[in-house]
Design a protein around this ligand. Structure first.
Ligand code: SF4
Length: 359
């Protein structure tokens, strides 16, 4: 007989329990707290199985903001839980493990961004959603991997843009928008051409580590496969792709093609394989695993719900400024709202999804 009401002391105590018992405890406590569990596309399969919503970080935060839940448990990395809190200030946001951080987001701090802004005081600041709330608060507008080109293109062609923190996404957006591109750090790089994108020198190690040799090998084994790659990868890889797109759009592409080589984190590819077992969906690299995402486990999730930890708290001034930056972006992509029933039906069929990539 499982006494789900009795919490155990540490996550390690929970790790000794069978998976079914953990899932039962999670269901029990979730109901008691009126909580929703959000599982990012890159989470472990066992976490995805107990999640109420699966998707990318912004889509998940929008879903959560639209629910009646009192508590949001975000199974992802820290900036994602912050985004949920930014959009749902009245709800309690919990994370199973505070150490689940994103190295890309950590490349730039609000202080370092302020230093770069001082070099280019007239520039517009675009923050990829894979950034901390404090960095978003220092920015004019956010973007996702799905709408980066659109957001950048909405800024006057002769105005300098500071783009943080992903240099690869910045370069991709600059190429598509026909803008000059330079990479800078907090010291700036002096005078830049009119309308240039000045990118922070940050990157996602999972996507930046994808290399041409692995793509060549995957192509040798699957010569008829189309190649789809996330724009956080390097430009030389993107130049070889049939599709450069966010993880959300990858789900649609998998619906439309029988054989794909996919350049993104393994968690999404494993999920696609479950969903389309008869298709050939091959990871561009078997090593493309985000260890930070996998920090969350079922045991930690059960512990987090039982102990109502770890709560994500934001300074209200920072939260409000970050929200403004996010909402400016959402004006470009349909606003901050839950999907309509029609959109939900399309999403369930894997045919449409707003939102972004890892973020
Ligand atoms: S996959 Fe990359 S961007 Fe996403 S959480 Fe991991 S390190 Fe950060």
């Amino acid at each position: 007989m499982i006494l789900a009401t009795e919490g155990l002391r540490t996550p390690l105590d929970y790790a000794r329990l069978p998976r079914e018992e953990l899932a039962e405890r999670i269901r029990f406590r979730k109901q008691e707290l009126n909580a929703v569990i959000l599982g990012h596309n890159y989470q472990r399969v066992e976490i995805q199985e107990v999640s109420d919503y699966l998707g990318d970080s912004l889509g998940l935060s929008q879903e959560a903001a639209a629910t009646e839940a009192d508590v949001i448990v975000f199974c992802g990395v820290h900036f994602m839980a912050e985004t949920a809190k930014v959009l749902s200030p009245g709800k309690t946001v919990l994370m199973p493990d505070l150490r689940a951080g994103c190295p890309m987001a950590d490349f730039v701090t609000a202080d370092a961004l302020r230093a770069l802004k001082a070099w280019y005081p007239a520039a517009a600041v675009v923050a990829y959603v894979n950034s901390t709330a404090a960095v978003k608060a220092e920015s004019d507008v956010c973007c996702t991997s799905a709408n980066a080109v659109e957001v950048v293109s909405s800024i006057p062609a002769d105005r300098t843009i500071l783009f943080v923190p992903d240099r690869n996404l910045a370069k991709y957006a600059a190429g598509k928008a026909g803008r000059p591109y330079v990479v800078a750090g907090r010291e700036g790089v002096g005078e830049v051409p009119a309308g240039a994108i000045v990118a922070w020198d940050g990157y996602c190690y999972v996507h930046d580590d994808l290399v041409l040799d692995e793509l060549a090998e995957a192509r040798r084994l699957h010569p008829n496969a189309k190649v789809v790659i996330h724009p956080e990868a390097r430009a030389e890889l993107l130049a070889e792709a049939d599709f450069v797109t966010s993880t959300s759009r990858m789900v649609q592409i998998a619906e439309e093609h029988d054989e794909l080589i996919i350049g993104t984190e393994r968690g999404l590819i494993d999920r696609l394989r479950q969903r389309f077992p008869l298709k050939t969906l091959v990871p561009l690299s078997g090593a493309a695993v985000c260890g930070n995402m996998k920090v969350n486990t079922l045991a930690k999730l059960a512990w987090c719900l039982d102990h109502r930890k770890h709560e994500v708290v934001l300074d209200e001034e920072v939260r409000a400024a970050a929200e403004l930056s996010l909402r400016r972006m959402l004006e470009h992509s349909g606003g901050c709202r839950a999907p309509t029933p029609e959109e939900r039906a399309l999403e369930d069929a894997g045919l449409a999804r707003s939102g972004c990539g890892c973020a």
